[in-house]
Design a protein around this ligand. Structure first.
Ligand code: NAP
Length: 294
């Protein structure tokens, strides 16, 4: 155990990421008091059954009052209202952080509410599964994954370091970058792949019945991997695309151009072009395996 990380932590949103955090705190910093917040009584009943928090509440202000660290872990569309509701109770020197998958929009929605004396450290643990809710979390989720912190320039270095130490103690590698850069990188590595998966599975569901049943039967030939990604939470992904609009549209434009070039190569029988691309892409897979991110 690495000692107590914080005295009192408020987890606002206690689904896959929030409950994984609660479990990681339980394991690495058992003396930290955890208060969990969600809208629905059944979510909080599950949290109590799982015994991953010391207290539960449906009131975000009650959760945040007196906390040393407040973590927002809800879908992005809830952030602005939550910021407004918790701002009056945040204590002096508290740290406000989050786990949202887009960072410029988080700063846009939260920063105007952050009182002076409160340290704002936006963050994104780049780790997840296609499952949601408090039952789906696990402490090992963060092991050997990256956590990206995007503090605004006015945030002091000490709270950024404190949030970084927390993620490191949960097994993550921590890096700091601008929110703008984060959003561009994630548009390519995460948002575009999800959009493609949603499109492919959507195309399959539009097929005529006879073809559709065979697609499911023979899904192991590639389709199955897309269905796993396309089973990700609809609300979370709606919010990601609406909140990272510019970066996603830019990368979709490039992707569309490359797809058209491939379409042309197939039409004109240009096998050398196809083979050259497929050889280059194989190298990317190798480097991901070498970086232990496979
Ligand atoms: P999730 O499993 O669906 O959990 C969301 C939690 O937020 C639930 O506990 C939900 O409970 C609660 N909630 C929703 N609206 C709320 C509100 N207005 N006030 C209080 N609680 C509210 O979602 P998740 O996968 O943990 O994702 C949470 C955040 O992490 C998102 O911003 C996402 O971008 C980010 N993230 C996700 C992943 C991933 O792979 N899943 C990875 C990295 C980052 P109730 O419905 O009962 O309110």
């Amino acid at each position: 155990m690495s000692g107590k990380l914080f005295n009192k932590v408020a987890l606002i949103g206690i689904g896959l990421i929030g409950s994984s955090l609660a479990r990681a705190f339980r394991r690495e910093s058992p003396e930290t008091e955890i208060i969990a917040c969600a809208r629905r009584a059944e979510t909080l009943a599950a949290v109590r059954r799982l015994a991953i928090a010391d207290a539960t509440t449906r009131d975000p202000a009650q959760a945040a009052a007196d906390a040393d660290l407040v973590v927002i872990a809800t879908p992005l569309s809830a952030y602005a209202e939550l910021g407004e509701r918790i701002a009056p109770v945040l204590k002096n020197h508290a740290i406000l952080t989050d786990v949202g998958s887009v960072k410029q929009a988080v700063i846009r929605d939260l920063q105007p509410h952050v009182p002076s004396g409160v340290h704002f450290v936006p963050g994104h643990p780049v780790a997840g599964t296609e499952h949601s809710g408090p039952e789906s979390g696990f402490a090992e989720l963060f092991r050997d994954r990256w956590c990206i912190l995007t503090p605004p320039p006015e945030t002091a270095p000490e709270p950024v370091a404190a949030v970084g130490r927390m993620w490191e103690s949960f097994g993550m590698h921590v890096v700091t970058m601008s929110a703008d850069h984060h959003d561009k990188v994630l548009a390519m590595t995460s948002h575009l792949p999800h959009l493609i998966a949603y499109t492919i599975v959507g195309t399959a569901t539009n097929l005529e019945e006879s073809l559709k049943s065979e697609v499911i039967e023979f899904s192991a030939s590639g389709f199955r991997d897309f269905t796993r990604i396309a089973a990700s939470d609809p609300v979370m992904w709606r919010d990601i695309f609406l909140n990272n609009r510019e970066a996603v549209l830019e990368i979709v434009q490039r992707f569309t151009e490359d797809l058209t070039a491939l379409q042309r190569a197939i039409r004109w029988g240009e096998g050398d072009k196809l083979q050259e691309l497929f050889t280059r892409t194989r190298e990317i897979r190798r480097s991901i395996i070498e970086a232990k991110q496979a």
